[in-house]
Design a protein around this ligand. Structure first.
Ligand code: GLC
Length: 437
């Protein structure tokens, strides 16, 4: 009996150890990287590949087009005006702290000199320059953090087990070879994480391709994530799977919506305790779209940025460079205007946290230590009430004017009303700086 009990205890202990070992514990380097990421505030997403040549978004191949025919675009891809130094400078001037570059999108074309496939920028195009090398060199030179987008799904390779998209590209529907495809991805990720210096994050996308499988698809993420963290412990892992983060992930991504909102239909997931990021576009497209000139006015982009910061999240704002390597003029204009606004307001929105109260009808608040920044986004209100008692407020000033602002307690004393009559309106956001006790 005694023996039996001992055996049971040993078994239970080893079971416990096994599951404890399976639990992901981020390294100190990774925690530091998360902290830097949280403080970054603004990143620039870049969707660029041979799909840009068709000028109809990055999903063009999915529109009943044969992958072999599509691939012929590569032999004409010569982005004569591509200038990595200029790109990185444009993004720096916009106030971005990091960029996220599409290394390989769903069409399977690699934007770096990969050894794992000839379908890449150096071997398959007359351009023959390793675009990722030029971007990474410039990022490291100009002090810009570099994140890499990597598609889990592939609409071109025969070994990728077909999911629910890209089914008309001419691949053999009866064939797939997951072990080979998985090995291929890990070999590519190894290149990305060993040949291009420090990588701030790997940004996965495409997992949803198998979200309707009757038997849940096993992407073997655990081993892949462990590989990434082994190669670069500080590299953050994010996955745009539209669910709450899985074990081994370091950031949580929201697509086309702010955390907790779901107007587009891809962001119903709960908000985790991980650093958050929302990706939005400047017009309606990710990849270059020749018809989409519907750019969001920069005042509106700034408001979205402020609201994102009010949720404690970063904004990853997308540009879709043209086939010639230039960033569309409208996008450059918008970025310059954001950068100009940030010259004044960066301290109120970068390196800040969400305030202790949620978004209000008039706007949001951000916090840094004992400073609360009240961002009034509604241009028409003359006073705002915040759920912070007057006793807790030491002082209030206009962020730019530094003039004293009047505030008083509400009747029940639980909140305070701030008078905005002396604050000048000179942009999309009126900011009041409160020092709290
Ligand atoms: C989606 C799309 C993809 C785009 C991404 C950006 O998942 O499939 O084209 O790259 O969103 O968030």
């Amino acid at each position: 009996m005694r023996l039996k009990l001992a055996t049971i205890i040993t078994c239970a202990a080893s079971l416990f150890n096994a599951s404890a070992a399976d639990t992901y514990t981020p390294t100190p380097e990774n925690m530091q990287s998360r902290k830097e990421f949280r403080e970054a505030g603004l990143g620039i997403f870049i969707h660029w590949g041979i799909y840009s040549m068709f000028g109809q978004n990055e999903w063009y191949l999915n529109r009943g087009i044969n992958a072999q025919e599509y691939a012929k675009a590569a032999s004409g891809f010569y982005p004569a005006n591509f200038d990595a130094a200029q790109w990185v400078k444009t993004f720096k001037d916009a106030g971005a702290e990091y960029i996220c570059f599409t290394t390989r999108h769903h069409d399977g074309f690699s934007m770096w000199d990969t050894e794992q496939s000839d379908y890449n920028i150096v071997d398959a195009t007359p351009f023959k320059r390793d675009i990722l090398r030029e971007i990474s060199d410039e990022c490291h030179k100009q002090g810009m953090r570099l994140h890499l987008y990597y598609s889990h799904l592939d609409w071109t390779r025969p070994d990728y087990p077909k999911g629910r998209t890209g089914l008309e590209t001419g691949r053999d529907s009866t064939y797939s070879d997951w072990p080979t495809y998985y090995k291929f991805m890990n070999a590519q990720l190894t290149e990305l994480l060993t040949q291009y210096g420090e990588i701030g994050a790997i940004w996965f996308d495409g997992l949803w391709d198998h979200d309707e499988d009757s038997i849940p698809f096993n992407w073997e993420l655990e081993e892949q994530y462990a590989l990434i963290h082994r190669l670069q412990p500080s590299c953050l892992i994010g996955n745009n799977h539209h669910s709450t983060p899985f074990e081994g992930e370091d950031i949580q991504i929201f697509e086309r919506d702010l955390p907790g909102e779901n107007t587009f239909g891809l962001s119903g997931q709960d908000i985790s305790h991980l650093p958050l990021e929302t990706c939005l576009t400047m017009n309606k497209s990710w990849g270059y779209n020749v018809k989409d000139l519907d750019y969001i006015p920069s005042d509106e982009l700034i408001k979205s940025f402020v609201r994102t910061a009010g949720k404690g999240a970063n904004l990853l704002l997308n540009v879709g460079p043209q086939p010639n390597g230039e960033i569309p003029a409208e996008a450059r204009k918008g970025l310059a205007e954001i950068g100009n606004w940030l010259k004044t307001y960066a301290p109120t929105i970068k390196g800040t946290d969400a305030a202790e109260f949620a978004e209000q009808d008039w706007g949001v608040a951000t916090r840094k230590d004992n400073t609360l920044y009240i961002h009034v986004l509604d241009p028409d209100v003359t006073e705002v009430t915040i759920p912070v008692s007057k006793k807790k407020i030491k002082s209030a000033v206009g962020f730019t004017s530094r003039d004293k602002i009047n505030f008083k307690a509400t009747k029940d004393g639980a909140s305070s009303t701030i008078d905005l009559s002396t604050i000048e309106k000179n942009g999309p956001d009126r900011v009041i700086e409160l020092t709290t006790k």
